[in-house]
Design a protein around this ligand. Structure first.
Ligand code: 0L1
Ligand code: MG
Length: 251
């Protein structure tokens, strides 16, 4: 299997499959990012537009659950945007997680980006929910598998309240995750690498190593604040933020 075939195969996957590493034993992270980039090329060829990036595995809760201790980066396209009121489409085994979402005001290029310089390039911050859906059976994978699978991306929704990041302390911004009327988890922005701006700086610096930058208008999902909650058999998931409002998805 080569990079193009792996990307096409992951894009077509509509039910649980074996990890890519089961058939590609020496799959490494650099090759996995090449597969991710090729999958983005194939998505664009079928009409999707790049709208930003997401970070995954930026909280201890997520890293411990997945048994992987390094964050990852993945692409976001317009086909992954779930507008308010649109139910989550059928997926393999979806899970939801609350995230802090930046909208870039200026281009941000690494290397050497710090949390402070990263925040200065942000136009506003929103609360959001990401719906992930690993193509791999039981969410069992290595870091290269998850990178090749575009960080388990499926859909995401951005809440209606957007504010300048200087107007609040994002490390203290809290999210309550509610499923069918029950609060199932809580966290603050500090769960995301100590401060979500650290995740933003990481994204800029990781992209710089690939000759890329965060572009004006891009969305940056900074990673699940809590562990992701399974949606199968549920009807509704909501995230309530302390200053960034609430959003609800029908599941
Ligand atoms: O958004 C995420 O944190 C997903 C990272 C990839 C691993 C997973 O499926 O949790
Ligand atoms: Mg996420």
């Amino acid at each position: 299997m080569n990079v193009r075939e792996a990307a096409a195969s992951l894009l077509e996957t509509a039910s649980e499959r074996e990890p890519l590493s089961a058939e590609w034993a020496d799959l490494d992270v650099d090759t996995a990012y090449a597969i991710q980039d090729e999958a983005l090329r194939q998505r664009r060829a079928r009409g999707e537009t790049l709208v930003g990036v997401k970070l995954g595995l930026t909280s201890r809760a997520k890293q411990q659950r997945m048994g992987i201790d390094a964050p990852l980066l993945a692409w976001l396209t317009d086909a992954m945007v779930l507008p308010a009121g649109v139910p989550v489409p059928p997926l393999i085994h979806p899970r939801a997680e609350p995230e802090l979402v930046f909208v870039m005001g200026r281009r941000l290029a690494g290397p050497g980006v710090t949390a402070a310089t990263a925040l200065a390039a942000v136009d506003r911050v929103h609360g959001g929910i990401e719906v992930i859906d690993s193509r791999y059976a039981d969410y069992r994978f290595t870091l290269p598998d998850a990178v090749a699978d575009n960080g388990s991306s499926a859909y995401f929704s951005v809440g209606p309240v957007g504010v300048p990041p200087s107007s609040l302390d994002l490390s203290l911004e809290a999210a309550l995750l509610e499923v069918d009327g029950q609060i199932v988890d809580t966290a603050t922005g500090a769960a995301v690498l100590g401060h979500p701006a650290e995740a933003l700086a990481l994204a800029a610096n990781v992209l710089a190593a690939r000759g890329l930058a965060l572009e004006p208008g891009w969305l940056v999902l900074t990673g699940g604040m809590t562990d992701a909650v399974p949606l199968r058999g549920t009807s509704r998931v909501a995230a309530h933020f302390s200053h960034l409002g609430s959003l609800t998805l029908a599941t």
